[in-house]
Design a protein around this ligand. Structure first.
Ligand code: ZN
Length: 261
């Protein structure tokens, strides 16, 4: 799917779909087995636009934060509402700086409206394309496009990924679903920045695992992106709270007490 097609796509907004989403969220596929003892904050970028790879990474680098980039390989090299999307030249500089490349399907499919077989094929294509683009590090993280998933599909990803992010707001405490982690969206509405800031401040008082996600990082960007000023404000706030600003896989390792691979 191109960036423009993404802009035009709207997931099912019917009442039945809203109920299904709620039931799906309740059906935890892989509960987080421990309560985080410190606060971990992951700044993440979906799809992902070049502005996230350059401006976004610069803002993280200013404070030594490491982020996650969920790459939809079918969008690579395209241009749309979010500006220019990443291409293979963006991958190595990000990982060299300590950021993480994560999976996000090849075709930006709505996984709730696609057969499980086709979803798994699309994910495998995504992983194969990343390798073809020169990314040879393990890809252990995934985000559901549009946040859409199903109760049947979530368990199928437990053997593919260590952790999977959704888009529903909230923090991730013991019992959170590793196959549908909550995340605060940062979009063009200034209220989203305030909401994420409040969550970061609350997380400083109660150790937890918190994701922030956005798309492009530009002045006058897309409705799904944020401005450099808003992102910088949040990243500095997060830094000032003393939270660990790490990649998603690093957060998994530290929360679960695993040795880094
Ligand atoms: Zn996406």
């Amino acid at each position: 799917m191109t960036a423009q097609a993404l802009a035009d796509y709207v997931p099912d907004r019917s009442l039945a779909a809203k109920i299904r989403r709620r039931l799906t969220r309740w059906q935890v596929a892989a509960p987080l087995s421990v309560q985080p003892r410190e606060t971990y904050i992951c700044f993440t970028f979906d799809d992902f636009p070049k502005s996230a790879a350059d401006t976004g990474a610069e803002i993280l680098d200013e404070v030594g934060a490491k982020g996650g980039y969920y790459a939809c390989t079918g969008m690579a090299g395209t241009t749309g509402t979010m500006g220019d999307l990443f291409d293979e030249r963006d991958l190595a500089p990000l990982t060299a700086a300590g950021h993480e490349i994560c999976a996000h399907t090849e075709s930006h499919i709505d996984c709730a409206r696609t057969s499980m077989k086709d979803v798994l094929i699309d994910i495998d294509t995504n992983l194969a394309r990343l390798r073809e683009m020169g990314h040879t590090l393990p890809v252990t993280q995934f985000a559901w496009p549009y946040g859409e998933t199903s109760a049947g599909l979530k368990p199928a990803l437990t053997t593919k990924f260590e952790a999977v992010r959704g888009i529903l707001p909230g923090v991730n405490n013991k019992g959170a679903d590793l196959m549908q982690l909550s995340a605060y969206e940062l979009d063009a509405d200034e209220a989203s920045t305030a909401r994420a800031a409040a969550a970061i401040e609350a997380a400083a008082r109660n150790p937890t695992w918190l994701f922030v996600f956005t798309h492009d990082v530009r002045q006058n960007g897309s409705p799904w992106g944020t401005t450099p000023d808003s992102l910088r404000r949040l990243v500095r706030l997060a830094r000032d709270t003393g939270a660990n600003l790490v990649t998603p896989s690093r957060a998994v390792q530290e929360i679960l007490g695993k040795d880094p691979a």
